[in-house]
Design a protein around this ligand. Structure first.
Ligand SMILES: [Cu+2]
Length: 114
């Protein structure tokens, strides 16, 4: 079969270099005591700058649930993140993306992309 022959041909595969490798691990801690309105570092750090295409992860280091929810509806919404769990989101367009916790709306952060 022709298709078999085509499949048998050696296909040059290209290894995709992870150009953003040095940015891997762009991570934010949902800090212990994040629900305290006086905590300035509930999302720690509260602002991060990442290149376009980066993965950002949030780990809940607090003892209660929090969400990571884009201020602009529909961009991303982790839903309740249990203590110890992590949420990841890919940021593939440049811009400033604000986010918050829907359970504690005064807990906010921002990702600057690009
Ligand atoms: Cu919260």
């Amino acid at each position: 079969m022709l298709s078999m022959g085509l499949l048998a041909n050696p296909i040059k595969t290209t290894t995709i270099t992870p150009v953003l490798s040095q940015e891997e691990g762009s991570s934010v801690s949902i800090a212990p005591g994040a629900a305290d309105p006086n905590n300035d570092l509930s999302f720690d750090p509260p602002q991060i700058n990442v290149p376009t295409g980066s993965i950002v992860s949030w780990t809940n280091d607090d003892s209660i649930q929090h969400t990571v929810t884009s201020d602009e509806e529909g961009l991303f919404d982790a839903g309740p993140i249990s203590p110890g769990d992590t949420f990841e989101n890919v940021f593939d367009s440049a811009g400033e993306v604000g986010y918050h916790c829907t359970i504690h709306p005064f807990v906010t952060g921002v990702v600057i992309v690009g």
